[in-house]
Design a protein around this ligand. Structure first.
Ligand code: SAJ
Length: 401
């Protein structure tokens, strides 16, 4: 069995490496020649624990080869990004380009799977495209959609252990795709149709976004009501059927803050809660920035001097070095711009340097700060001691006060 993976990014690369480690002959394709060069040399261009060793093994065993062009295979996987164009309208042009580039190689009986997060109907659209370009293959290619659901940082475990949803355009295509994934997935493979599988991926991340929006809304209500939101949520969660998530300074990353727009763009009239949740989670970052600015100005009024400020955390979630779509970065940008003539320390313990901000050690920044703004709940921050002499804005629940 030979498989061609189109896209060697955060999902395509780990999936193709794990497939190769399980006996599949893999041809991994990326349009970036530097990625191809590094990958063939056994260097991982993404950060993922344990994966580089696996890459080296499959490269040296000859099971994995990266290239800038696809090669004839038995199965093709589209794992390219689906960004936005204009006002949060999904752009499937990379999926289309990857589909076009493998179409000339297709032969009867092949499997063609889209993994890229995609608007509902994309698999059908790509099937039409393939049939248009290769009419003789109409009905002879097995086409399916199979979303991934792994958590960056735990990819090797989750790629092999998580259940997966597999939706073919025909029951035979679903079956063919299930047989492929069964070579390396020990979780249950759930058969469905392509549209349901596409919607399932969007639903999972939208569900989490809506639940986080609920926690963020509670945090803003509690501030007005003079209630500790962390205590409140912990107490409400003692109910056997309540499980509220944690508030923060907004929602970041490339998935949860993005995928709901795939639904709202296509179904604007129906997707009311989903759209509102996006607004609330975006607004939460502005709300935090406003609170921080007010605290700084209040300190200056009360003490007759400018406070030393510590902005703690840039990553989009705890204990990672990923700053993509991070609300903490958005808040730090706004505060360093609007409070440009104030002494500010920016802290991010998971990265060595930042192109724009000089980084300060978290203990030094905390100790000398008058106003502390906690943005990301990194583990090391939990060792800091609460200090009544500081104004501490704990947006991510380090002190739970
Ligand atoms: N967050 C909160 N409160 C919480 C939980 C998370 O504010 O209680 C925030 C985080 O700080 C972060 C954002 O939400 O800014 C997203 O973090 P996350 O850990 O919830 O999720 P991601 O974006 O790292 O990964 C998600 C996962 N999806 C779900 O949990 C439904 C993952 O399984 C998906 O594979 C991934 O999106 C993806 O690629 O789609």
């Amino acid at each position: 069995m030979k498989a061609c993976f189109m896209g060697l990014g955060y999902i395509g690369l780990p999936t193709s490496i794990i497939a190769a480690a399980n006996g599949i002959q893999v041809h991994g394709v990326d349009i970036n020649p530097e990625v191809v060069k590094q990958t063939n040399a056994g260097h991982l261009h993404i950060i993922e624990p344990g994966l580089e060793e696996m890459l080296r093994q499959v490269v040296s065993s000859g099971k994995f080869k990266a290239d800038v062009k696809p090669e004839q295979s038995d199965a093709y996987f589209i794992v390219v990004p689906t960004p936005f164009k204009g006002d949060h309208q999904p752009d499937i042009s990379y999926v289309e380009a990857a589909t076009r580039s493998v179409t000339p190689l297709l032969k009867e009986g092949d499997l063609f799977v889209i993994e890229s997060t995609s608007p509902v109907g994309t698999t059908e659209l790509m099937a039409e495209l393939i049939h248009q370009l290769r009419p003789e293959l109409n009905g002879k290619i097995h086409i399916a959609y199979c979303p991934e659901r792994v958590l960056p940082g735990n990819v090797i475990y989750e790629l092999t252990h998580n259940d997966r949803v597999i939706g073919g355009l025909t029951p035979e295509a679903t079956q063919k795709a299930i047989e492929f994934y069964a070579t390396f997935v020990t979780g249950t493979l759930h058969p469905t149709n392509a549209r349901t599988a596409e919607m399932c991926k969007l639903t999972e991340n939208s569900s989490r976004d809506v639940q986080i929006a609920f926690a963020n809304e509670l945090s803003m209500i509690c501030e007005k009501a003079g209630i500790n939101v962390w205590d409140l949520i912990a107490l409400a969660n003692r109910h056997p059927r309540v499980n509220i998530l944690q508030p923060g300074c907004g929602v970041g990353g490339h998935c949860i803050a993005v995928d709901p727009y795939f639904i709202t763009a296509a179904y604007p009239e129906q997707a009311q809660i989903i759209a509102k949740a996006r607004q609330i989670n975006n607004f939460k970052a502005q709300w935090c920035a406003e609170r921080a600015k007010n605290a700084v100005l209040r300190f200056q009024l009360d003490h007759g001097r400018k406070p030393q400020i510590a902005l703690m955390g840039l990553a989009f979630k705890p204990n990672i070095d990923d700053l993509r779509e991070s609300p903490a970065v958005e808040i730090v940008e706004e505060l360093t711009r609007e409070l440009a003539d104030y002494p500010i320390d920016v802290v991010e313990p998971n990265i060595k340097s930042h192109p724009k901000h000089e980084l300060t050690d978290y203990r030094t920044a905390y100790e000398r700060a008058d106003v502390v703004v906690l943005l990301t709940a990194h583990e090391p921050f939990k060792s800091l001691k609460w200090d009544d002499n500081k104004v501490i804005l704990d947006f991510c629940g380090i002190f739970r006060r």
